[in-house]
Design a protein around this ligand. Structure first.
Ligand SMILES: Cc1cc2nc3c(=O)[nH]c(=O)nc-3n(C[C@H](O)[C@H](O)[C@H](O)COP(=O)(O)OP(=O)(O)OC[C@H]3O[C@@H](n4cnc5c(N)ncnc54)[C@H](O)[C@@H]3O)c2cc1C
Length: 458
């Protein structure tokens, strides 16, 4: 057993791969290899193999183009249920040779560039709302993306690659290689339904997207040779901390508390009431659809360090968010999410679980989240102080009261001298004189000066 005063979870959100798709039989009789892209089997040689890929999300978009070119696969059949919105990937500014050089050798260049990239990403936040303005931006954005798709992929794919839901409802794919790779005759993208796996093949059925109005030749069953099946079917994103069992001071596990409160939730992402000194980086509702998870994680790291400071300095032994703050936070997040494209954009995504609870994304801008992390709302937390911490706390309190007292005395004294009757010219003169005297003469008594000014001695 390892004893620790503080526990910080950094187990990530896209870690546990989804298993073989439920309800599709035959994978146990398949004699080839099956693996998930997040558990890549480098020991399996894909050269001259028939590879079937299940899924068309961000992972598949990255590895499918490499299967024939880098791994030497003979034939790749990619099974897609619904098309993603695909955004042309931003090129590295100043190219692959100049970019890294400038970042390394020009002071401040990398920081400025990062700021510009973050600002550009932040601008995409406009796409996620439910207002007429956001919807208009989505339509404009979608038109541009469809144009890009038609320019990039063969015409036979135009229909299946036209999404029937709003852009940004599902995670967008930032792509530079998948669309161009669809020109490769060795890659076949299909929306026929995966019906079953056989010992050395898979059976595909009717077309799932777009659904056929009347059955046609595209809907006939088809057997596809398969030596290897690669699952690009995503991650278990709506459960948190699996397989970790985190138990709070009341003896309840986080999972129990999530179930009691309607779904996974944690205040600001890192903290939960009744779980003192437990923090998580990349907790529930901290990813965004428009900007980097890494940036959000950095914000949470800063926030956690601020909260931890009194403990690290030996001033406190425990910190815990209040239950009312946590509940209010979660209610606000869930309410706000109802008015976003994730819930109104006409798609089913991995952000939302089957019961409609969205524990994945943050409905506000990352700038706002960054500010909230920079300036924690201390009244939402309770600390258990050490004696040293208590002394410091009371000293700080005493100092504040003393400062307030001094301020009151000064204001009253100034009023008695009639300073409140001064006009702008009088204040300017006082300021000039004060600065002058402090700098050059070591400071005459202000009282005399103020009286002089009030009495018209300018
Ligand atoms: C294919 C893919 C592409 C992505 N692309 C982007 C992108 O372009 N931009 C972006 O912002 N985000 C992207 N993400 C999201 C990504 O999850 C985050 O950006 C980032 O990796 C999160 O960092 P993290 O440290 O929180 O978690 P991770 O990088 O997932 O790291 C978690 C670590 O914890 C370990 N771990 C888990 N459970 C335990 C345990 N019980 N005990 C010990 N160790 C454990 C894991 O093995 C892993 O090493 C992508 C994710 C995937 C899967």
């Amino acid at each position: 057993m390892v004893r620790a005063k503080v526990l910080i979870s950094c187990v990530g959100g896209l870690v546990e791969p989804n298993p073989w798709p439920q309800g599709i039989p035959g994978h146990e009789t398949f004699t080839g290899d099956i693996f998930h892209s997040a558990r890549w089997r480098y020991d399996i040689d894909l050269r001259d193999k028939n590879v079937v890929v299940i899924g068309s999300g961000c992972s598949a978009a990255q590895f499918v183009p490499e299967l024939p070119t880098v791994y030497g696969a003979k034939k790749v059949t990619q099974v897609m249920r619904t098309p993603p919105w695909v955004v042309p990937k931003q090129e590295q500014p100043f190219g692959d040779s100049w970019g890294p050089w400038l970042n390394t050798h020009i002071p401040g260049f990398a920081h400025t560039l990062r700021l510009l990239v973050a600002a550009k990403a932040e601008y995409d936040w406009r796409l996620f709302g439910d207002s007429a303005w956001s919807k208009a931006h989505r339509r404009k954005n979608e038109a541009g993306l469809l144009e890009h798709m038609r320019r990039t992929v063969p015409e036979k794919y135009w229909e299946v690659l036209t999404p029937n839901y709003d852009v940004a409802c599902k995670r967008r794919i930032f792509d530079a290689t998948w669309f161009p790779s669809l020109k490769d005759a060795r890659i076949d993208l299909t929306t026929k339904q995966l019906l079953k796996a056989n010992p050395r093949s898979v059976t595909l059925g009717a077309r799932t997207y777009p659904p056929s109005k009347t059955p046609g030749p595209d809907d006939a069953e088809k057997e596809i040779d398969a030596d290897v099946i690669i699952l690009g079917n995503g991650f278990q994103t709506t459960q948190w901390f699996h397989p970790l069992q985190v138990v709070g001071r009341n003896g309840h596990s986080l999972r129990d508390v999530f179930a009691q409160r309607g779904g996974p939730q944690m205040y600001m992402g890192p903290t939960m009431d009744a779980f003192p000194n437990f923090f998580t980086i990349f907790g529930p509702n901290t990813a965004t659809g428009h900007t980097s998870v890494v940036l959000a994680s950095e914000n949470m790291v800063n926030y956690t360090i601020k909260l931890l400071k009194p403990i690290l300095k030996g001033d406190a032994t425990a910190v815990e968010v209040t239950e009312s703050a946590e509940r209010a936070w979660s209610k606000d997040i869930q309410d706000q999410l109802q008015n976003t494209v994730w819930h109104r954009g006409g798609c089913k995504s991995w952000y939302v679980d089957d019961g409609g609870w969205n524990s994945t994304v943050y409905p506000y801008s990352q700038v706002w989240f960054g500010l909230k992390c920079m300036f924690p709302k201390w009244s939402d937390y309770t600390y258990r102080y050490t004696t040293k911490g208590l002394v410091k706390k009371y000293l700080r309190m005493f100092a504040k009261i003393a400062l307030l007292g001094i301020l009151v005395v000064v204001v009253r004294g100034a009023r008695r001298m009639g300073v409140h009757h001064l006009d702008a010219e009088g204040w300017k003169l006082i300021l000039r004189q004060v600065v002058g005297r402090l700098l050059f003469s070591g400071g005459d008594r202000l009282k005399v000066l103020a009286r002089g000014v009030v009495n018209g001695e300018r």
